[in-house]
Ligand binder design. Structure first.
Ligand SMILES: O=c1ccn([C@@H]2O[C@H](COP(=O)(O)O)[C@@H](O)[C@H]2O)c(=O)[nH]1
Length: 274
């Protein structure tokens, strides 16, 4: 999917919501555990109930890898279900990969070709030759961790080296890489006060913003400092949506939480004439 198609979808749906499909078998409704594939059954119900309210889904691969082969199969069924039924929805494999070049190429093939995701999250720590193999894939997007939502972000990312914070160096250096137009960036909703500085460096790039909901990030603050002329934001909420209820009404409860966020987003878009 191109970024123009993503922007169109945001404008059509008046939403820049990304729903995180982080399936934990200890948290899903008990009746689903009797299904042959409880993880996929849960995801399908959530997608069927929420697809009109969001523009992206983000399964975090950890929640599938933890269940071994059956988890990986459920991830495959989920991305196939999305691509077959909702090809207009942007898909993100939150896998936080990155390795020496030939290994990164295999990671990129796994997520862009075999699983056919639109994007994958990648850690910048190993530098240019670990990220460029992902960027080589046309109409696929590499979402680089810039300033993450967790407390540990302050251990390295905000530290100053040679007069500049590491996360700013990640943003500036990554812009010089081949096919850098295929980059997006992760910035945590809990770090909204950094967004003005971030937008000075990367005014046009899309930002994936996790941390609204369970982690306490604020949607209004993120939009105030992070939105650009093309919206430029995908706001993720996982637990706050998919675990809104543990009863048989879980999908409707997820839709209700999604709608609350979507309505707030529609108001923000209208106020910005977008
Ligand atoms: O900086 C980051 C990067 C990734 N994440 C991931 O996003 C979701 C957030 O889930 P919630 O339940 O809405 O808190 C999850 O998959 C994280 O691994 C992040 O939170 N922060």
């Amino acid at each position: 999917m191109t970024t123009n198609q993503l922007v169109e979808e945001i404008k059509n749906k008046k939403s820049f919501l990304c729903i995180g499909l982080d399936v934990d078998l200890n948290k899903i409704p008990e009746h689903l555990l009797k299904e042959e594939d409880p993880i996929f059954a849960f995801n399908k119900a959530i997608i069927d109930a929420t697809h009109h309210l969001c523009v992206a889904y983000k399964p975090n691969t950890a929640f599938y890898e933890a269940y071994g082969l059956k988890g990986w199969k459920a991830l495959g069924k989920t991305i196939n279900y999305l691509n077959e039924n909702h090809p207009e929805i942007f898909t993100i494999a939150d896998a936080k990969r990155g390795d020496i070049g030939n290994t990164s190429t295999m990671y990129a093939k796994a997520f862009f070709e075999d699983l056919a995701f639109d994007s994958v999250t990648v850690a910048p720590y190993m530098g240019k030759d670990s990220v460029e193999p992902f960027l080589a894939f046309e109409n696929k997007h590499t979402i680089l961790l810039a300033l993450t939502s967790n407390q540990g972000a302050f251990d390295f990312q905000t530290k100053t080296i040679e007069g500049k914070e590491v996360y700013k160096q990640v943003l500036e250096t990554s812009k010089t890489w081949t096919n850098s137009e295929n980059l997006m960036y992760v910035v945590g909703a809990t770090k909204a006060e950094y967004l003005a500085d971030i937008r000075n460096i990367i005014p046009n790039s899309f930002l994936l913003v996790p941390g609204v909901g369970a982690q306490g990030g604020n949607l209004q603050d993120v939009c105030k400092y992070g939105m650009n002329d093309s919206v430029g934001l995908l706001i993720n909420s996982s637990r706050g949506i998919i675990y809104a209820s543990k009863e048989t009404d879980f999908a409707q409860a997820a839709a209700q939480k999604s709608e609350e966020l979507q309505k707030e987003m529609a108001e923000i878009l209208n106020a910005a004439s977008l």
